[in-house]
Design a protein around this ligand. Structure first.
Ligand code: FNR
Length: 366
């Protein structure tokens, strides 16, 4: 380790040039059980790896001799402008990776002008996250608790703190099998105080996630209850099929994040990029469709947009950035992939994200 890491600055000797450079750094820096928790997939981790491999089965079809002096990466999600279609997926436990955890992430997202979806499993208080980056665009990812009254209080708190959408994660009716966490005997309950789940004055009361934290009985019919307690747009994260996409349209949902939870829940499902086209076709333009899972380069972002995503989200790369240098590390990660995406647009002949379309890609025969 000694010859690879500059002990004075705490940073590596060579500048990091792409997102996987941050992955290599995080692997060296983090305790093994934390690294395994972040990196791990469910079961054989087949889908986790396929999320990445699937992007490599798609080839680009560049168009040249188009003026690309002014490439504009800006777009909107749910009507709000972001500087590029590259935002931050909800991941829990940022304090495992960097001391002030989610507060650093929130500041980096605000500085980059992108949306940060804060997880129910955040390890900083929501009030502190909102206060440290008051101008940042934030959505809140909700795991519905079996005690609906608790969920309702949390939703109302989130709304009053200025979060702009509720992201309901649908792919965790129970936790997937994470073999590394079993082998490492990882116990997040012991390691971390889930400070976030009560307002500050209630912190001494029973932790929100003690016992059975996630309601596995939740059904499509329960979405109307959620819609009745909030004015925020509701987005479903984890949809992978046209059947569920059609149900989302029927239930007046505002958006879908096509996702397989980074391959951490049900293994052997489609890579998220391979499930995207089916979901996009099923919603027929009635809501925005986003994607997460396996986004590591600007070209990946371009491919997802070509297949109909309005925006993509990053999971693990944000945690690698945090592990590298907290807020500055996350800023660097976002900056690098935004620059890569700018290059991808210029080299394929796109001035604006609206020009990115299906003719720009082709599936390679293996
Ligand atoms: C996650 N993910 C996740 N999703 C969610 O809805 N709520 C959560 O609390 C978490 N927590 C979480 C922790 C860690 C350590 C990881 C790696 C992932 C899933 C996450 O939002 C996203 O779907 C994937 O991480 C996207 O895949 P990539 O970008 O990691 O390949």
């Amino acid at each position: 380790e000694g010859d690879k890491i500059d002990s004075e600055s705490g940073g590596p000797e060579m500048p990091l040039a792409c997102l996987t450079d941050f992955q290599a750094f995080a692997r060296e820096r983090l305790p093994k059980s934390t690294w395994d928790f972040i990196e791990g997939g469910a079961d054989d981790s087949f889908t986790r790896d396929d999320n990445i491999a699937a992007f490599k089965r798609i080839r680009l079809r560049p168009r040249y001799l188009k003026n690309v002096v002014n490439v504009d990466t800006r777009t909107t999600i749910q009507g709000e402008e972001i500087t590029a279609p590259i935002c931050i997926s909800p991941t829990g436990f940022h304090c495992l990776v960097w001391p002030d955890g989610e507060m650093s992430t929130a500041r980096a997202a605000q500085a980059a002008g992108v949306c940060y979806i804060t997880s129910t499993f955040a390890t900083c208080a929501l009030e502190d996250i909102a206060a440290t980056a008051p101008r940042g665009l934030r959505w809140f990812q909700l795991y519905v608790h079996p005690d609906r009254q608790l969920s309702k209080q949390l939703v109302q708190r989130v709304e009053s703190l200025g979060f702009r959408a509720l992201v309901i994660t649908v792919d965790v009716p129970k936790l997937g099998n994470r073999r590394h966490d079993i082998r490492n005997q990882l116990d997040l309950k012991l390691n971390l105080l889930l400070k976030d789940l009560h307002s500050p004055k209630e912190r001494t009361s029973m932790p929100y996630f003690q016992m059975s934290p996630i309601d596995s009985s939740i059904c499509w019919n329960d979405l109307s209850w959620l819609q009745s307690i909030t004015r925020l747009p509701i987005i479903l994260k984890g949809i992978l099929t046209k059947e569920d996409a059609e149900l989302a349209v029927k239930h007046n949902i505002h958006g879908i994040i096509v996702s397989n939870h980074g391959g951490r829940q049900l293994d052997d499902v489609l890579a998220s990029i391979d499930a995207l086209a089916e979901v996009v076709a099923a919603v027929k333009g009635k809501m925005e469709v986003y994607l997460d899972g396996g986004i590591r380069t600007g070209n990946d972002v371009l491919k997802a947009l070509a297949l109909g995503a309005k925006c993509v989200f990053l999971g693990r790369p944000i945690l690698w950035g945090l592990a590298y240098k907290g807020e500055d590390g996350v800023k660097e990660v976002l900056n690098i992939i935004k620059n890569e995406f700018h290059t991808s647009m210029a080299l394929t002949g796109c001035q604006s994200v609206a020009e990115i379309n299906q003719d720009m890609i082709q599936f390679s025969r293996l």
